[in-house]
Design a protein around this ligand. Structure first.
Ligand SMILES: C[C@H](N)C(=O)N[C@@H](CCCCN)C(=O)O
Length: 527
């Protein structure tokens, strides 16, 4: 919208004041419903399935952009508003579903890099939109052409949603050792529970059965039944939201403060930079500002996957957050209170943007249980949208009251970054007291897996870090089912030619009917 500012106003034929009202309305209608809806989206993702919901949200994005483009073609502002509403609901919930799928697949390795790459594509999209939309609109087709180009891109995005849904199907998850999606898991569990019952009845009924069960195997079966029962409870309930740990809520507050110190600034940066540095040279301002505007997004497009990689490689993900808050304070102090050229400050701002975004989102899976992930991502997305709804309005009010004083606006951003700094220090202190879960290193596993290894994947962890892991074999611990599957599939894969005897040593087989057996992977225990 911002990118097509002038051309859109000319196309709609409205005066400046009315157009500013429409512009704000089109932005607010995107963010406002997302103060609540990502929670509903997240709960649906946890209770149904991330890829099914991804389809629904992807469709909403296409429908929303289609209605918006029709509105632009017909010069109907209310159709445009309706389009943005549907687009916003789909877009933010789509982000939640994406994050859930990425976490399911990359939780044990490369999570920071994968989420960083996801952010990188979002930034590239923003930078391309800012720079290409006006060029498209300047041609014969105008803003109508630019809006329908947007619709075409949404169509391409929906095609990749379909492709992703295919890649994320239950069989691929199972063969890759990835935690199955909720709906599949539930039907699978009902089936396995039925099999267990049938198997038990068959064993009990046939005293002359040729199959005898060792007491170990019976213990194992009892444990598996217990796990099944407990897993039935592991459906995300609304009431569980209140039981999420304080660190999760502090992280959400960090999200409000730090995004609030960056995104609303980017929205007004073009006007600010022009007024402060290029007042007497509007021609230069016109050309320079387009690229200046995009510096934080471009730096973040490159920086986010790199920072994500650093987080994976060296851990300490929560420590990057106060560091990024310090960088934000530096950038805003330099921009707001000094006459120094803004280029360096804009780079620093982009670096801080990369650093906190690629550290903050990968913290979430370390703070909630697996079955709460969608809801947790939904809640942090709500925090983000509160920030993106409230602070642009605060900025607009400050500009109105101070008659356009950007120094006062910069003071707001410095204050927000300082609040982010304090909150992130508190987060690190509390996390340290609880053993440093947020600082763990997850790195790609290369060598063989040792039975005594307490957690999935190879990881350098200090003793204090390991203390907090409790019992990774406890089905109530976050990621239990995921770890068991990973162990099982890794054990099979690590054998170059796994022969059947070895495989049999790892599983218990049950005859549950004529010609039907059920295979239960053994749970490995630390030596
Ligand atoms: C408004 C927009 N959705 C946004 O700012 N998103 C955030 C968070 C994306 C999280 C995806 N896992 C961003 O940094 O782009």
């Amino acid at each position: 919208m911002q990118a097509l500012n002038v051309q859109m106003r000319e196309w709609l034929g409205t005066d400046y004041a009315k157009y500013q009202y429409y512009l704000n309305l089109l932005y607010s209608i995107y963010s406002f419903p997302n103060i609540v809806l990502p929670l509903v989206g997240g709960l649906l993702i946890d209770r149904l399935s991330a890829s099914k919901m991804l389809m629904v949200f992807g469709l909403l994005v296409c429908v929303g952009q289609g209605i918006f483009a029709i509105g632009v073609s017909a010069r109907s502002i209310w159709a445009m508003v309706l389009g943005r509403l549907i687009f916003g609901i789909g877009g933010e919930c789509l982000g939640v579903a994406q994050a859930k799928i990425i976490t399911d697949w990359f939780k044990a390795r490369w999570l920071g890099f994968a989420l960083g790459l996801n952010l990188s594509f979002a930034r590239i999209g923003t930078a391309l939109n800012d720079n290409i939309s006006p060029v498209i609109a300047a041609h014969r087709s105008g803003v109508v052409g630019a809006s329908w180009t947007g619709f075409g891109i949404c169509g391409l995005s929906f095609a990749s949603v379909i492709w992703l849904t295919y890649l994320d199907r239950p069989e691929s998850r199972t063969s890759a050792g990835v935690r199955p999606d909720t709906s599949y898991k539930r039907s699978d569990r009902i089936q396995s529970k039925t099999n267990n019952i049938v198997g038990r009845q068959a064993i009990n009924a046939s005293c002359d059965s040729t199959m005898t069960m060792s007491s170990d195997a019976l213990d194992e079966e009892d444990e598996i039944e217990k796990e099944d029962e407990m897993a039935q409870d592991d459906q995300m309930l609304c009431s569980e939201i209140l039981t999420l740990q304080p660190n999760f809520w502090i992280l959400s507050l960090c999200c409000i403060a730090l995004y609030g110190a960056v995104v609303p600034f980017i929205h007004v940066s073009s006007d600010f930079l022009q007024k402060k540095w290029y007042t007497n040279n509007p021609t230069k301002a016109g050309t320079v500002m387009v690229s200046f505007d995009s510096i934080p997004d471009i730096v973040s497009a490159i920086g986010s996957p790199l920072c994500g990689y650093l987080v994976d490689k060296f851990g300490h993900r929560a420590r990057y957050i106060p560091l990024s808050a310090l960088l934000l304070i530096w950038a805003h102090v330099q921009l707001g209170l000094t006459p120094i050229s803004p280029i360096v400050a804009m780079f620093v701002l982009g670096l801080a943007y990369s650093l906190f975004a690629s550290a903050l989102w990968p913290c979430i899976p370390f703070l909630v249980k697996d079955h709460q992930l969608g809801t947790a991502y939904g809640l942090v997305t709500i925090a983000l949208n509160i920030s993106l709804t409230v602070f642009p309005l605060v900025v607009a009010s400050i500009l109105e009251i101070t008659q356009g004083s950007y120094s006062h606006v910069e003071m707001l951003f410095i204050a927000l970054a300082s609040v982010g700094l304090l909150l992130s220090i508190l987060l690190n202190v509390l996390d340290h007291q609880q053993g440093g879960r947020l600082q763990l290193i997850e790195e790609p596993s290369s060598g063989p897996h040792h039975p005594e290894e307490p957690f999935e994947g190879h990881r350098r962890s200090s003793l204090s870090e390991q203390r907090l892991l409790h019992d990774p074999y406890n089905p109530r611990e976050p990621g239990f089912e995921y770890r068991r599957q990973r162990r099982y599939s890794r054990d099979l894969l690590l054998e170059e030619n796994p022969d059947m005897e070895d495989v049999q040593a790892m599983v218990t087989t049950r005859s549950v009917g004529e010609g039907i057996i059920t295979v239960i992977p053994h749970r490995r225990r630390p030596i």
